[in-house]
Design a protein around this ligand. Structure first.
Ligand code: SDX
Length: 444
């Protein structure tokens, strides 16, 4: 069989120039084009303002590469997602979340001994400081788990000071191990607190996904046996949500980290950003939307509303800034949804039927086809999580558990990047020009 050529990680290399011409003055400037290993090239505008006095204008960063990275590659047109070059479909099928966390962080799949060391390190850091436990008591019982996670993860920076994480990779790695280990414990505790049940300590004899199910669903009053099908499905969900290039929350972590802020504070900032319904909060919004639709007969009315510019309603779980094709993660999750619901004897789960009918109708509708709006990662994940017994309020918290693997890998890469500078965008100012102060009696 022909040897598969794999696109090895390659340093950025110069590849010609682009010329910018100011038609008003006839002046021209040249900027270098740089290529990576795969995907769009960039033209380097770091000297643009100094040479031209112009800023670029790109609200939402539709056409802006904020950094060089070797971690995750997305081809939105083809619906491709690679973690360190490995297709997400293969990793979901053959790997485990801890192994994927190692891959994202270190760039290569671990040899057995490397994995055992990494997994042992994570496992042995899963408990949180007993004083941190008191922090939960300060929240109302009905606090959203994401509010609790932002607070408690941020508070970890009070327990683990970070003097020179930006310069010391060993210090960075110890914080990274703590975050990978403790964020699931904090998420599980947020759930337990919200239902008034006692916190369940982590168990070192369980896998990452098994331990999370144990910490969420076990109670001290009886033994809890992890369903291996659910543990496998949860491990998949963690893998599929682990990283996604420079999305909003990852960019938040990088921007916070660029000032040298404490890594726990940076991850708390990422959790805060992920919470938004346009981002990680969409999985919760999808299930709420499906429950509001309630019946297939009401789908056309919601499709109409989604297309109505005067109606703020959008089809949750549909569309993506990068994917203009099926989100490959949604494809895997659609399959897993059937497997999990079958395993739980819920194959006729009304929400799944409704989701499939909604997907079918939307994908035949010119509005969605023309705008290349397809189901994204959030469209099916909530259905699986709900079937597994998680309340909708926990869906984004689970997304945060998984995305911590990507956030810490991207933070580590950013902190070790020799060209890294503090992120400081500029603006197009359209406010008042200089004017002098007037007293209250002089104002018209
Ligand atoms: C995640 O970036 C990432 O990688 C994120 C993520 C990750 O792993 O980190 O993949 C996770 O956040 C997935 C996305 C989850 N969000 C949702 O499902 C919320 C619903 N989706 C939309 O809000 C929207 O699609 C976004 C926010 C995801 C993307 O928005 P963009 O790229 O800014 O696109 P846009 O708003 O410019 O939309 C283009 C057009 C517009 O219509 P026109 O003005 O051209 O007529 O498509 C329309 C939009 O109105 N549109 C939708 C729609 N999404 C876009 N119309 C109805 N329903 C939708 N869901």
């Amino acid at each position: 069989m022909a040897k598969e050529t794999t696109a090895k990680a390659m340093p950025m290399k110069k590849s010609g120039t682009v010329t910018l011409t100011d038609d008003a003055t006839g002046k021209s400037w040249q900027f270098p084009v740089e290529r990576g290993s795969v995907g769009p090239a960039v033209f380097d505008i770091r000297k643009l303002y100094n040479e031209t006095g112009l800023f670029t204008y790109d609200p939402g960063y539709m056409s802006t590469a904020s950094c060089e990275s070797k971690i995750t590659y997305i081809d939105g047109e083809e619906g491709i997602l690679l973690y360190r070059g490995y297709p997400i479909e293969e990793l979901a099928e053959k790997s485990t979340f801890p192994e994927v966390a190692y891959l994202l962080l270190n760039g290569e799949l671990p040899k057995r001994g490397e994995f055992d060391d990494f997994n042992r390190m994570i496992t042995r850091h899963t408990m949180i400081h007993e004083q941190l436990v008191q922090l939960f008591r300060g929240f109302r019982r009905d606090a959203h788990p994401m509010a609790v996670m932002v607070g408690v993860v941020g508070a970890m920076s009070a327990f683990y000071p970070s003097d020179n994480s930006s310069h010391d990779p060993t210090e960075r790695l110890s914080h990274i191990h703590r975050l990978l280990a403790k964020v699931p414990t904090i998420a599980a505790m947020a759930y337990k607190y919200s239902v008034g049940q006692p916190f369940m300590y982590p168990r070192n004899d369980l896998s990452y996904a098994e331990n999370f199910l144990h910490m969420v669903f076990a109670v001290p009053a009886e033994d809890y046996v992890v369903n291996p099908v659910l543990a496998r499905a949860l491990d998949d969900i963690f893998i599929l949500h682990a990283d996604h290039e420079q999305n909003a929350s990852t960019s938040t972590v990088r921007l916070a980290g660029s000032s040298g802020a404490n890594p726990f504070a940076c991850i708390a900032a990422g959790i805060a950003c992920l919470w938004g319904p346009a981002h990680g909060g969409a999985n919760e919004a999808v299930v709420n939307m499906l429950r509001e639709i309630g019946d297939k007969k009401r789908i056309p009315d919601f499709i109409r509303r989604a297309k109505d510019k005067d109606d703020p309603f959008r089809l949750m779980g549909f569309g993506h800034r990068v994917y203009k094709n099926f989100d490959p993660r949604a494809q895997v999750l659609r399959k897993r949804a059937h497997e999990v619901l079958d395993e739980l004897g819920m194959h006729d789960e009304p929400l799944l039927q409704l989701a499939q009918e909604l997907e079918r109708i939307a994908l035949e509708d010119e509005y969605f086809v023309e705008r290349k709006l397809y189901p994204n990662v959030d469209f099916y994940s909530g259905i699986i999580l709900r079937a597994m017994g998680f309340p909708t309020s926990m869906f984004t918290a689970l997304f945060a558990v998984a995305r911590t693997a990507g956030w810490v890998a991207q933070w580590h890469e950013m902190a070790g990047d020799p060209v890294q500078k503090i992120g400081r965008p500029r603006q197009l100012y359209t406010g008042a020009a200089r004017r002098n102060y007037t007293g209250p009696d002089e104002r018209s």
